[in-house]
Design a protein around this ligand. Structure first.
Ligand code: 4AD
Ligand code: MG
Length: 443
């Protein structure tokens, strides 16, 4: 049975067989250096013309970048190699010699070219590293929630309503008005929307399960090109009964600390490939900094911004604020006017809501949006009206306030923003296997 690169340290001095791809090579005419990768890692295989059967040496001579290959060699400790080992090649067999002209060379390519070739770019070591960090963050999220009494609850993607306002909804035809069915069918007209967040459904889930989380793709028809926005991205929403505003932030802080701790523990090699300075990540420890929205505005103004008292924070505002502190920052109690209908008002100041955004350091900005939810039936009906939302398709949601309503809170994180931050990437487009943006839906 063949081995994988990540296991070869256990086989020093033995001959192993590996299956994978050739990501680079060079030859002196007598010695052939094959840079081999198999998904679990990379290793150099050194073949000597004098030692290898001549038919196999001839095949090496025909090798092209990204050919799929089977190699065998004796594992040898090599302190100069990144993972401490190399193979002294004993056998070489191509599976498929790649066609000429593999588009991605070792030279610099522009982002559009790389994104056009995303299906191949994913093989680059940097992208391999990003995908592995992404996987670690997902795994840590599931682990932390399960260790803390949250149940995974899958929320729908096709929905009859919006969750986060109507400006960036993806709308589609959903059968027709004349479809057969009982008059009680909840299909209001023929329109459906792709979910912007699973939150409202998760609120139903916790009235059964107490604490729950979802994790899945969500969709926003974002009209702007920014380094933080995708039109399809992965969100984790969490919700908990009997948790209020303060407790909601304690949960967020613990989750983010765990994610960062685990990335540092399990992804050192990946962060090194990415050239990520890990010192700022090591400083991500509880307690995080807290500001009210009003305090944040005052700080921005003192720094020369002309932001208004009741304005939402813009991306540049978040960038500047987070550059001033080493931990993530909770910004709490935003003006109700800039936030969603379901947020509970602050009893101390009815113009504000019991919400928080969590901003990641080093200029990354918002990674989480959360709030305590309005739990009073009459108030919620009034909020829907204030937001010009038709109450009919929200009737099921109002049932949660009719039957055994409780104080509850929740939040949602944007996975790609957390990956960008932990990996130290400028743009979220590299953090998802196949990014969808205003100007891109291929490959
Ligand atoms: O702040 P948002 O809009 O909050 C909600 O959707 C709530 N319903 C979540 C909840 O309370 N359960 O989105 C949550 C997070 C943001 O903080 C951000 O990290 C990310 O989702 N996000 C995006 N990420 C990439 N591209 C976009 N277009 C994003 N929009 C939001
Ligand atoms: Mg938000």
């Amino acid at each position: 049975m063949h081995k994988i690169v990540s296991e070869i340290s256990q086989h020093t001095g033995e001959e192993v067989e590996l299956k994978g791809w050739c990501y680079n090579f060079r030859s002196s005419g007598k010695i052939f250096f094959l840079q081999f990768r198999d998904g679990s890692g990379t290793v150099q295989v050194v073949y000597s013309k004098a030692e290898l059967p001549s038919e196999q040496w001839d095949l090496l001579d025909q090798l092209r970048l990204e050919s799929s290959v089977i190699v065998r060699g004796v594992v040898k400790a090599e302190p100069r190699s990144p993972n401490g080992f190399e193979l002294t090649g004993t056998f070489f067999q191509p599976i498929q010699i790649a066609q000429e002209g593999y588009p991605i060379g070792k030279k610099e390519h522009g982002p559009d070219f790389l994104l056009d070739n995303r299906h191949l770019w994913l093989r680059a070591e940097s992208q391999w590293a990003v995908m592995r960090v992404r996987d670690r963050i997902i795994t840590s999220t599931f682990e932390w929630f399960h260790e803390n009494g949250f149940i995974k609850f899958d929320t729908p993607i096709l929905t009859p309503t919006s969750c986060e306002g109507t400006t960036d909804l993806f709308q589609m035809d959903y059968f027709s008005d004349e479809q057969e069915g009982s008059p009680n069918d909840q299909v209001s007209g023929s329109k459906a929307y792709l979910a912007q967040s699973g939150q409202l459904y998760l609120e139903a889930g916790i009235m059964s399960l107490g604490r729950a989380f979802d994790f899945g793709p969500v969709f926003r028809a974002e009209k702007s090109k920014t380094r933080r926005h995708l039109t399809e991205f992965w969100m984790m929403d969490a919700e908990a009964a009997f948790v209020e505003h303060e407790g909601n932030m304690v949960i967020q802080e613990a989750l983010i600390c765990r994610i960062v701790e685990d990335v540092l523990k399990h992804c050192q090699a990946e962060l090194k490939v990415l050239g990520r300075d890990t010192a700022p990540l090591q400083k991500v420890k509880a307690p995080f900094v807290h500001f009210t929205h009003a305090e944040a505005i005052a700080k921005l103004r003192a720094n020369g911004s002309d932001i208004g008292d009741m304005d939402d924070l813009g991306a540049d505002d978040e960038t500047w604020l987070t550059q001033q502190y080493e931990t993530p920052i909770f910004v709490e109690k935003y003006p109700a006017a800039v936030k969603a209908f379901y947020m509970k008002r602050d009893p101390q100041d009815e113009t504000r809501v019991l919400n928080n955004d969590l901003l990641a350091p080093e200029g990354y900005g918002e990674i989480i949006g959360g709030s305590q939810r309005e739990d009073d039936y009459e108030t919620l009906v009034q909020r829907l009206a204030e937001h010009n939302l038709d109450p009919k398709p929200f009737d099921w949601y109002l049932d949660l306030r009719r039957y055994g309503s409780v104080p509850h809170s929740g939040f949602g994180y944007g996975l790609e923003r957390i990956v960008a931050w932990t990996c130290g990437l400028h743009h979220v487009r590299e953090t998802i296997p196949f990014p969808r943006m205003i100007n891109r839906i291929t490959p």
